[in-house]
Design a binder for this molecule. Structure first.
Ligand SMILES: Cc1cc2nc3c(=O)[nH]c(=O)nc-3n(C[C@H](O)[C@H](O)[C@H](O)COP(=O)(O)O)c2cc1C
Ligand code: SF4
Length: 501
């Protein structure tokens, strides 16, 4: 019998370590395993027990619950306890998912390397670099970091660029609001990422890799370091490929790939002009395959199960699964890995259960702080790259942040400009100056100072930022601003306010 207590950052923040100590105090002989989260965050800390008849869960468990759990027969049989959930796989929120990339996350003991098979790597080692690239191309995998660029094509460019030294860089800066999928997989299934990087290295003929890790993830750093040490000891790393972690500089812009490369080289995180592409001239001027954590962690499934199996999931040109991170003011926040194509409405109401406060749901922001705010009238659209783009929205890294009707959209628009002003790298004028002016102009609109002139000014300013910015930071900041203005004009004083519920 084994008791699983998650070591995932969110579970720890909800008291998982205290629960573990209380369980051990009650029965020091129990076998304990530290796993990642299953991603059902309203149930964390979620404790699971593996018995001879199967694996069952309890949650959310607090330190105070531990005594009553043991009183009701835990861990052998606690099914009469009110926190008893039964098998996680049978919970409605889980049954509706298609866990391909996250199939092991939360299930396995995260750092037990003996239990991780590296089967996909074994397959990859029997293929030529070109065959691996072809498999990834065939799967339809697109980058999960935000831009959704086809991964196979990026790898082809790196493979075709001749150089004695090539790099794999994993973008684990995870700066988008409401996102946590990268962290979850790194804490719950770290060898999956390492395996994905090893396969990428073979595909593009790279010998050195770096994981550029968000500086606000100290727990992930600890787990990843241990996983890398274990992979060296087991001989997966250190022969043909070396892997190191580099801590991020704590700035949103360092998630953008060229700023990340500058930061990785020890410089200030400033955007680089393109061309040359990082795939041709990347880290230290060498060809570099730079990919998001989820992109790389999707590769082992593709190699193990075949490109065809992967691309049979999804809809249209959005192949495979999307790791949706549902959060904000929502009843059932968590990680939902689902085929592309589910409707936003189904996600928000059937799966997410509406708002946590029970108030009407006013808007959602998808794809991070540069994503448009969506209005109820758009909730029927399906979650594919194409449908979102058609509505001026973006899926980005899969974050979906929910707001109820108490949110003031004029303040959210102001916040978008303020965020850009704080995070701008400063290299180009439309973004550096435009965002500061944007805050001032929105303040004037809110205060009803020359409102119509300032509205016209804001629209002009947004046009300049969209068309004239060097990168997506300044180029996309107008999206949340203009969508807030378009769909919620009453919050800017342009229409009478609707009665709050
Ligand atoms: C302002 C800005 C911030 C970004 N932040 C991240 C990030 O935190 N993580 C990430 O993977 N990609 C981020 N990206 C996207 C990267 O530039 C890049 O497209 C991505 O890491 C490439 O990997 P992929 O092809 O696997 O998606 C950001 C882009 C911009 C413009
Ligand atoms: S748009 Fe902003 S973040 Fe991007 S290069 Fe220009 S100043 Fe830097």
């Amino acid at each position: 019998m084994k008791v699983y207590v998650p070591h995932d950052t969110s579970s720890l923040s909800l008291g998982a370590d205290g629960v573990l100590a209380a369980i051990v105090e009650k029965n020091p002989d129990l076998k304990i395993a530290r796993n990642g989260s299953r991603g059902l965050y309203w149930l964390e800390p979620l404790i699971e027990v593996e018995t001879d008849t199967g694996r069952v869960a309890y949650g959310p468990v607090t330190v105070a619950d531990v005594s009553t759990l043991f009183d009701s027969g835990f861990p052998e049989n606690g099914s009469t306890h009110p926190l008893y959930l039964g098998p996680v796989e049978e919970l409605d929120a889980f049954r509706r998912q298609n866990r391909l990339t996250f199939s092991r996350c939360g299930v396995i003991e995260a750092l037990a390397i003996d239990g991780y098979k590296f089967e996909a790597l074994e397959k990859a080692l029997k293929l030529s670099p070109q065959e691996i690239v072809d498999t990834v191309k065939e799967s339809g995998l697109r980058g999960r970091g935000g831009a959704a660029f086809p991964t196979g094509i990026k790898w082809q460019t790196v493979l075709d660029t001749k150089s004695e030294q090539k790099y794999i860089v994993c973008n684990a800066d995870e700066g988008d609001s409401g996102t946590f999928a990268d962290r979850m997989i790194m804490e719950g299934d770290p060898y999956c990422l390492i395996e994905g990087m090893l396969i990428a290295a073979r595909a593009v003929e790279a010998t050195q890799g770096y994981i550029y890790l968000r500086s606000e993830y100290p727990n992930t750093q600890k787990i990843l370091r241990q996983a890398i040490d274990n992979a060296y000891e087991a001989g997966y790393l250190g022969k043909k490929f070396d892997l190191e972690i580099r801590m991020g500089a704590g700035s949103y812009i360092c998630g953008e790939e060229t700023a990340l490369l500058e930061s990785l080289e020890g410089k200030r995180g400033m955007i680089r002009y393109r061309p040359p592409l990082p795939a041709i001239k990347g880290l230290f001027g060498k060809p570099t395959a730079l990919n998001n954590v989820i992109t790389l962690a999707s590769v082992p499934f593709i190699l193990s199960n075949g490109a065809e199996t992967y691309k049979n999931h999804g809809a249209g040109k959005s192949k495979g699964t999307l790791t949706i991170q549902l959060c904000g003011n929502v009843k059932y926040p968590g990680l939902y890995e689902m085929d592309f194509g589910i409707s936003l409405k189904e996600l928000l109401y059937d799966i997410g259960g509406g708002t946590a406060t029970g108030r009407p749901l006013k808007t959602v922001q998808c794809g991070g702080p540069l994503g448009a705010y969506l209005h109820e009238s758009q909730f029927d659209m399906s979650m594919t790259y194409e449908d979102f783009a058609a509505q001026g929205a973006m899926l980005g890294h899969g974050g979906v942040v929910v707001f109820d009707d108490s949110i003031d959209m004029a303040q959210q628009a102001r916040y978008a400009m303020e965020f850009c002003a704080i995070e701008s790298c400063g290299k180009c004028t439309p973004c550096r100056i435009g965002s500061v002016r944007g805050v001032e102009v929105i303040d004037k609109i809110i205060a009803n100072t020359d409102r119509s002139q300032n509205l016209a000014l804001l629209e002009d300013l947004c046009e300049v930022m969209t068309d004239g910015s060097l990168c997506a930071m300044g180029g996309l900041t107008p999206a949340p601003v203009l969508s807030a203005l378009k769909y919620f004009p009453e919050d800017f004083g342009l229409l009478p306010k609707k009665e709050a519920a």
